[in-house]
Design a protein around this ligand. Structure first.
Ligand code: FAD
Ligand code: MLT
Ligand code: ZN
Length: 462
């Protein structure tokens, strides 16, 4: 199908030639997701440079009856940011709207445009001695708008919460082209419905985030990072309890890495853990501005050895060594991708059920999908495991999905802890969420986007 020329003319006159890509290989990076699972074909890519232009694009597309797919850094792992293969959907990329509009180090807020790269915002906060505690391996490409639209998690959730807990204000272009400006910097605001919550985690299906005000924190003066090995996930939970006792509310990350994950990182990234090999590893971080953090971490490690919870372990001696330990964790996803085909599951179960979940899911896979290998890792402190299954060409991804998600459901868990639904899990959500909850979601979607023009086919099927 060809794009109506008057649509292209109207978009060009709004954003200028530099703001529009209509053909050729320049379209390619916008057409397929990070994992290359969902190849699409955009009608065109439009790159506005202001909120007014975003509103204008939405109005033009609405009048032309054309669907819009919002896109940030395109690092999403659920196929939410790419168009379908029809060649009829317009990709609206926010990557030209990247300014940090304001940073208030005393009020502890940062206001950034949607296309601002997360790492740029983190660095701006750090330069002001403040902390933006959203941290994930894709932070060098993911954008503020994408992080908000996905309600991203990452490695610091157990201390600071999901992105939602850091959003104070939002500016959103609604599906009818109007701009809802809620860019308030208030800590307390109970004046009516907190409508911004609808857009956080809605994956571009309800509105286009154009800017956000995020909460900052004072930057902790001291950080300790430790890597330990344990025999099994039950021991990992005992270590978490010990860390809670010794480090209290200073724990900022508690990440699980399986021996399989470490093996993949060694094979594809050439990185090796500086401690004895084991079946399970934990990367623990604590941060505080008060003295005594390292001593508390050493006490924790000592007790962990004494009680035979930990098999081996190291506390980083420097920032550089801490970065080396983090690199092991941050290279898991990329190394898994290099290994070959995998079926990803981003699941959560009640924290104390994680060991039993891992055993039962493993048994169910061995019975129903023999020959698969599990690459389990993730945010143990949140009960969120990336239970990724490495498969061969004869394995059916849908069967593997069903096996794992049935076990998740039996534990009262979630089939998406942090990555969202996108198009990857749209069928699975409908299967596992109660019909009342699904209908409530459809009611919200219909109220805001009755013509289903904003990111259709993602999160919810009509
Ligand atoms: P995109 O991928 O461009 O978009 C994501 C979704 O948001 C899509 O549905 C899109 O339509 C929508 N969207 C994007 N921008 C807007 C906007 N301005 N307005 C409305 N809708 C919009 N995620 C985690 O939660 N935790 C992790 O630890 C984590 N680690 C990752 C590690 C790697 C190596 C990779 C590749 C990804 C990881 N992710 C993780 C997933 C991803 O980085 C996050 O979901 C991130 O928030 C996506 O940001 P983005 O700008 O790339 O969004
Ligand atoms: C991570 O925590 O590294 C990503 O969210 C995970 C993934 O690749 O599944
Ligand atoms: Zn994750």
């Amino acid at each position: 199908m060809t794009i109506p020329t008057d649509l292209l003319q109207r978009l060009t006159s709004l954003v200028g030639p530099a703001g529009l890509i209509t053909a050729g290989s320049d379209l390619d990076p916008y057409a397929v997701d990070w994992r290359k699972l969902f190849p699409g074909r955009p009608a065109c890519v439009v790159r506005p440079s202001s909120t007014e232009q975003v509103a204008g694009i939405v109005q033009i597309c609405r009048e032309a009856g054309v669907a819009i797919v919002p896109q940030g850094g395109n690092t999403g792992l659920a196929g939410g940011a790419v168009p379908d293969p029809s060649g009829t959907q317009v990709v609206l990329s926010l990557n030209r709207m990247a300014a940090i509009r304001n940073l208030d180090p005393v009020g502890l807020t940062i206001e950034a445009e949607a296309g601002c790269i997360l790492k740029v915002a983190q660095d701006a906060a750090a330069a002001a001695g403040r902390l933006l505690p959203i941290s994930l391996a894709a932070e060098g490409s993911a954008t503020i708008g994408g992080v908000v639209a996905a309600n991203a998690g990452g490695v610091n959730v157990l201390r600071y919460g999901m992105t939602r807990s850091l959003v104070l204000g939002l500016e959103v272009v609604l599906p009818d082209g109007t701009v809802a400006n809620g860019l308030r910097r208030l800590r307390k605001d109970n004046a009516g419905y907190d409508w911004k919550q609808l857009f956080i985690g809605s994956e571009g299906t309800l509105g286009i985030v154009t800017a956000a005000v995020l909460r900052l924190l004072p930057r902790p003066k001291h950080t300790v990072t430790a890597l330990l090995s344990v025999a099994d996930p039950a021991a990992a939970l005992r270590l978490l309890e010990l860390a809670q006792d010794e480090l209290g509310d200073q724990i900022s990350a508690f990440e699980l890495i399986s021996a399989t994950s470490m093996g993949l990182v060694a094979k594809h990234a050439g990185l090796k853990a500086p401690i004895a090999e084991g079946e399970w590893f934990l990367l623990i971080e604590a941060a505080s501005s008060l003295a005594g953090l390292r001593e508390a971490a050493e006490t924790m490690l000592g007790t962990a050895f004494e009680q035979e919870i930990a098999l081996d372990g190291v506390i980083a001696e420097s920032g550089a060594q801490a970065a080396q330990l983090w690199a092991l964790r941050e290279h898991v996803t990329e190394s898994e991708a290099r290994e070959g085909k995998s079926v990803k599951h981003d699941v959560s179960v009640p924290l104390t059920d994680v060991p039993r979940f891992l055993v039962e899911a493993g048994e169910a896979l061995a019975a129903g999908a023999p020959g698969t290998r599990v690459n389990a890792f993730g945010h143990l402190g949140d009960g969120n495991i990336h239970y990724n299954v490495l498969v061969g060409s004869d394995h059916d991804a849908a069967v593997v999905n069903r096996i794992v998600h049935d076990v998740v459901a039996a534990f009262g868990g979630s089939i998406s802890a942090e990555h969202g639904i996108g198009q990857y899990r749209v069928g699975e959500l409908a299967r596992y969420r109660a019909s009342t909850e699904m209908e409530l979601a459809r009611t919200i979607k219909r109220a805001l986007d009755p013509d289903n023009r904003l990111n259709p086919g993602k999160v919810l099927l009509p």
